[in-house]
Design a protein around this ligand. Structure first.
Ligand code: SAM
Length: 250
C-alpha cells in the first residue's frame, strides 16, 4: 500500500502578494489566498509562509492572526532579491484558450522575462485576457520559485511589432518551412532575444516574407516535424534557456 503523503503537505506555502514587501511589513490576506492557507494548508498563528512581490524579492513571513476568512502575517527575513530573469521575450500568436494558458504557464516556469501576444492573419483567437495570463504567471511563479513575473505586453499586430522592434534584440523566427539550426543561431546571436511562434494555422506567405525581411529576424528550425504552436513555443524557449539562459542553478 503506497504511503499516503502527509496532509497538508509539509512544504512552506509560497504566495505572490501584489504589494511591495519589506522586513517587518504586516500583510493582510483574504479571498482565495486566505482560503488556500486556512483550508488547504490549515495555517495557524506562528506558521511560516514565503511571500514574494515581483518588486523587492522574497520574504519568510509568520502568520500573526487568523480569522474565519482572512489572516495577517508579518514579513520577517528577506530570503532572496527579485531575480534577474534571462532577457528572453516570447512573442506568441494567441491560440485556443487552454493551450495558450499552458504556453503562458510553461514559459513562466522556463524563465521568460516578457510575453508578447502577437495578432497574425490566421489567428482564430483575436482577444487576450491579460488578467487570465497574469494568473497563469502568478500560479507558475509560486510553484517554480521565481521571484519575478513575466511582463505582459498588450496584444500587438505583427506588422506593428516588426515596425517598432527594438534595436539589438534578436528575433528568432521559428519557421516550420525551415531555417538555421536554433542552437547555432543562438550562439551567433548572443544577447537580448525573442522567440516568435505563429498560430495553429501558421504564418501566411506575406507574413513569412515580412518577418524574414526584418533586419533583427533570424529564421530557425525546430526540426523536420510540424510542431503544434504550444510544443514549438516551449521547446524553443527551453533550447534558448539551455544555450543562453540560466539553465544552471547558481
Ligand atoms: N503551418 C502549419 C499548419 O498550418 O498547421 C503549422 C503551424 S505550427 C502549428 C505553428 C507555429 O509553430 C509555426 O508558425 C511555427 O512558428 C512553429 N513551428 C512548428 N513546427 C516548427 C518547426 N519544425 N520549426 C520551427 N518552427 C515550427
Amino acid at each position: 500500500m503506497p504511503a499516503t503523503p502527509s496532509w497538508p503537505p509539509n512544504s512552506t506555502p509560497r504566495l505572490f502578494v501584489d504589494e511591495e514587501l519589506r522586513e517587518g511589513a504586516a500583510v493582510h490576506l483574504s479571498g482565495q489566498q486566505a482560503h488556500y492557507l486556512l483550508r488547504v494548508m490549515r495555517a495557524k498563528a506562528g506558521d511560516a509562509v514565503k511571500l514574494f512581490d515581483d518588486i523587492s524579492g522574497e520574504y519568510l513571513a509568520t502568520v500573526t492572526a487568523v480569522g474565519k476568512r482572512d489572516l495577517t502575517l508579518t514579513a520577517e527575513a528577506k530570503l532572496h532579491e527579485r531575480e534577474e530573469a534571462p532577457d528572453l521575450w516570447l512573442c506568441q500568436a494567441p491560440i485556443k484558450k487552454d493551450r495558450f494558458g499552458w504556453i503562458a504557464e510553461k514559459s513562466c516556469e522556463l524563465g521568460v522575462s516578457r510575453f508578447v501576444p502577437v495578432l497574425t492573419a490566421r489567428c482564430v483567437v483575436d482577444k487576450v485576457k491579460q488578467d487570465r495570463l497574469r494568473s497563469h504567471f502568478i500560479e507558475a511563479a509560486e510553484q517554480c520559485e521565481r521571484t519575478a513575473l513575466p511582463e505582459i505586453a498588450p496584444l500587438t499586430k505583427l506588422e506593428a511589432m516588426l515596425k517598432d522592434w527594438p534595436e539589438g534584440r534578436a528575433l528568432f523566427f521559428c519557421d516550420e518551412r525551415g531555417g538555421l539550426d536554433f542552437a547555432d543561431a543562438i550562439t551567433a546571436n548572443n544577447g537580448p532575444a525573442a522567440i516568435l511562434i505563429g498560430p495553429e494555422g501558421g504564418f501566411t506567405d506575406e507574413e513569412n516574407a515580412a518577418i524574414k525581411a526584418h533586419p533583427s529576424a533570424v529564421a530557425v528550425s525546430l526540426g523536420p516535424r510540424i510542431l503544434r504552436a504550444d510544443t514549438a513555443a516551449i521547446s524553443a524557449t527551453a533550447i534558448w534557456m539551455q544555450n543562453s539562459g540560466d539553465s544552471d542553478w547558481n
